[in-house]
Design a protein around this ligand. Structure first.
Ligand SMILES: Cc1cc2nc3c(=O)[nH]c(=O)nc-3n(C[C@H](O)[C@H](O)[C@H](O)COP(=O)(O)O)c2cc1C
Length: 200
């Protein structure tokens, strides 16, 4: 069966100006080359004009009426693979990505309540995700490791939906490194993206 990859872009910058999106594009292009039969769906959250959940959408989510959040949740649930591309902002994810997850966290689509507590509905088939992020400093190791709420959140919310195969791909120190050092770090991150994409 055709695999569907959903590429979620959460950065207002043009792709060419964004380390995150440039890295994610390298990943997606390599994935496409290795999996030409795959369907790739791009959702650019800024172009979608995603807004925080409002009263009208919330009411419809509970009344069962058709609404925007349901469309996004159904689209999310229809994929097999996920690329979540977002820069680190203030130790977390950009607010627009949180707003998107607030849409996608939909009772009956991505999770449900049971007597034993909530369970993820997206564990119904093997799904994989990668969180791709550029950040000014280093958080994958060292003193600031516990400050990275972005990767923790992305992994936790995906796990809540039942998606437990989650990889992370970072470009770190992007605001500290300069010149050749930055170029080298970018090149290394692109190589890591190609390696990961080849078996994604
Ligand atoms: C609003 C904002 C908040 C940021 N917060 C952090 C932060 O908490 N930690 C960090 O290391 N870098 C932070 N940065 C720097 C970016 O993560 C870094 O420049 C990254 O490479 C941007 O990726 P991009 O080129 O895809 O936009 C912030 C940048 C912006 C614009």
């Amino acid at each position: 069966m055709t695999q569907k990859l959903l590429y979620v872009k959460a950065n207002p910058k043009a792709d060419s100006q964004s380390n995150t999106l440039t890295l994610a594009n390298v990943f997606v292009q390599e994935y496409q080359t290795k999996n030409p039969e795959s369907e790739i769906v791009i959702i650019d959250l800024y172009k979608e004009d995603i807004k925080p959940l409002d009263a009208d959408t919330l009411a419809k989510m509970f009344s069962g009426e058709k609404n925007r959040a349901l469309d996004y949740a159904n689209q999310f649930a229809s994929a097999d693979k996920y690329v979540i591309a977002a820069p680190m902002w203030n130790l977390g994810i950009p607010a627009i990505l949180k707003a998107y997850f607030d849409y996608v966290s939909y009772v009956g689509v991505s999770f449900k309540y049971t007597a034993e507590g909530p369970i993820g509905l997206l564990a119904d088939k093997p799904r994989k995700a990668v969180h791709i992020s550029s950040r000014g400093g280093v958080y994958s190791e060292g003193a600031a490791k516990e400050f990275d709420l972005s990767d923790k959140y992305v992994r936790t919310i995906l796990g809540f939906f039942g998606i437990n195969q989650v990889e992370s791909l970072f470009l770190e120190n992007a605001n500290v490194l300069q010149g050749d050092d930055l170029r080298k770090a970018i090149d290394q991150s692109h190589q890591a993206a190609r390696n990961l994409a080849a078996n994604f």
